[in-house]
Design a protein around this ligand. Sequence first.
Ligand SMILES: Nc1nc2c(ncn2[C@@H]2O[C@H](COP(=O)(O)OP(=O)(O)OP(=O)(O)O)[C@@H](O)[C@H]2O)c(=O)[nH]1
Ligand SMILES: [Mg+2]
Length: 327
Amino acid sequence: MTDLADKILAGDRRSLARGITMVESARADHRAQATALLDRLAGAGRQALRIGLSGTPGVGKSTFIESFGMMLTAQGLRVAVLAVDPSSARSGGSILGDKTRMERLSRDPNAFIRPSPSQAHLGGVARRTREAVALCEAASFDVVLIETVGVGQSETLVAEMTDLFILLMAPAGGDELQGVKRGIMEMADMILVNKADGDLKPAAMRTVADYAGALRLLRKRAQDPEGFPKALPVSALEEQGLIKAWDEMKMLADWRREHGHFTSRRAAQARHWFETEVREGLLARLHNDPAIRGRMGDLGAAVAAGEVAPAAAATEMLRLLGAAGPE
Ligand SMILES: Nc1nc2c(ncn2[C@@H]2O[C@H](COP(=O)(O)OP(=O)(O)OP(=O)(O)O)[C@@H](O)[C@H]2O)c(=O)[nH]1
Ligand SMILES: [Mg+2]
């Protein structure tokens, strides 16, 4: 374990991959090892810029990560790419697609790409990704990109574990813009309209203006300097606008660091994940502990039969969970 930790701290990508495999494992002994590893590495105090990237299928996430990642490594930065993909069926396709679409980046010695694990449970994927981010930071990566496809709750999840949240959008007509959920817009620190090239360029530029207008209508957030959140055009395919987008991301992150928002966001996230772990741990006990499940069933039957009031039965269950000690 000490050996693995040292190698991760030295930036060894194979050891990093082994560490991530360990945090992904559902086995109890692996879990204990992973916890010990994370605890040991936490002391290193290294910090990457964590960037969340979300967008609907086909918008160009993989192409963008490849071009953006190559641009960053060309600047001498080390880049890790993780994915949050709640549905195992879809992740199979993503891995196949990304093998070809991120071909250059995957061969770059300053890049590390890890596809989403084939785990259906979103909570499990969230914990694994959070811990994988910590491992990547310990391995001295400068930027950690976390990709998610724009469906359901996965965006919120990624926003809750990153410093910057970027929405990748396609050129669209004015009507389609209405379809973007307000909650997602409100999470975005930057909207990048991709495919601003060739025939699509005029539509992309109009879409940028539309999103810029929509962003101005949102409530001003304390964590933003003047002019943010921002909408910008990019072409992942032709590698246009990427440096500009990166400069804006750095500017935003620096401003937040200077004004205390960066640290306070991370602190709030850490607290949130701690509370989530406790809640999920309790739920897991309810589901997995045979004695507790048995009592739940008995009390449920008693409540159904009108022998015990629901609130009294619940109090008894909660007392039992408290008294049963850690798993
Ligand atoms: N014209 C143009 N096409 C692009 C650009 N970026 C991506 N594409 C094309 O859009 C298609 C989808 O790109 P991907 O990078 O696979 O998109 P994705 O968002 O990763 O898709 P999923 O993994 O299915 O969610 C491919 O045919 C790309 O070549 C771009 O900047 N301009
Ligand atoms: Mg993709």
